[in-house]
Design a protein around this ligand. Structure first.
Ligand SMILES: Cc1cc2nc3c(=O)[nH]c(=O)nc-3n(C[C@H](O)[C@H](O)[C@H](O)COP(=O)(O)O)c2cc1C
Length: 176
């Protein structure tokens, strides 16, 4: 399978990137081809709703989103990895997802998807708004959820290494 992993944290050695690393390793060990787009380190302009693309055409902006555009349509799976920021995904990841608008028709084909979240709270309900957003988006796109990891109780960068979540992320990658 071809898998596109889109991350959203500006912390290179942060928790969601560590889980993404583990996911990638598991997927590669299973023989999959993995491409990764680290949104926080790319130049992606937010959608300005100019509608030049007509939801299926050229975007007004030529930036690093081209990589996503070139690789998402034929990807068999797309993985979203983000920290929780004020009960949502990071703005960096959301900016990339909003740009799906211009390729809307091309991505309405069956794919697997997975969600990886990291957050400081211990409350399960903290992840709920994001899970709801993710599941609603998948329903719209006709994608199939292949797994979700909501890693709670991790604040400091790297603290997720003291938990079982990296192993879970590896297994998710291996078994996707
Ligand atoms: C701007 C900002 C907003 C945050 N909002 C929340 C939040 O709403 N709930 C929560 O539990 N943790 C919140 N956190 C903590 C992060 O989710 C947590 O540190 C997470 O592990 C960061 O992931 P990363 O290391 O991949 O960047 C916030 C952190 C920042 C910097």
């Amino acid at each position: 399978m071809k898998i596109l992993v889109i991350t959203g944290s500006p912390r290179k050695n942060g928790n969601s990137n560590i889980l993404a690393d583990n996911f990638v390793k598991g997927a590669q060990d299973a023989g999959h081809t993995v491409l990764r787009f680290d949104s926080a380190f790319k130049n992606v302009h937010p959608c300005i709703a100019c509608n030049k693309c007509g939801m299926n055409g050229e975007c007004a902006f030529k930036d690093d989103f081209e990589f996503v555009k070139e690789n998402i349509a034929d990807a068999d799976a797309v993985v979203f990895a983000s920290p929780v920021y004020y009960f949502g995904i990071s703005a960096q990841l959301k900016t990339v997802i909003d740009r799906f608008y211009a390729i809307n028709e091309q991505i309405h084909v069956h794919k697997k998807a997975a969600l990886i979240l990291t957050y400081a709270d211990s409350a399960q309900k903290t992840a709920q708004p994001i899970i709801s957003h993710y599941e609603t988006m998948l329903g719209y796109l006709g994608w199939e959820d292949a797994g979700q990891i909501a890693a709670s109780g991790v604040w400091a960068a790297g603290s997720v290494n003291n938990t079982n979540y990296p192993k879970m992320a590896y297994e998710l990658g291996k078994n996707i």
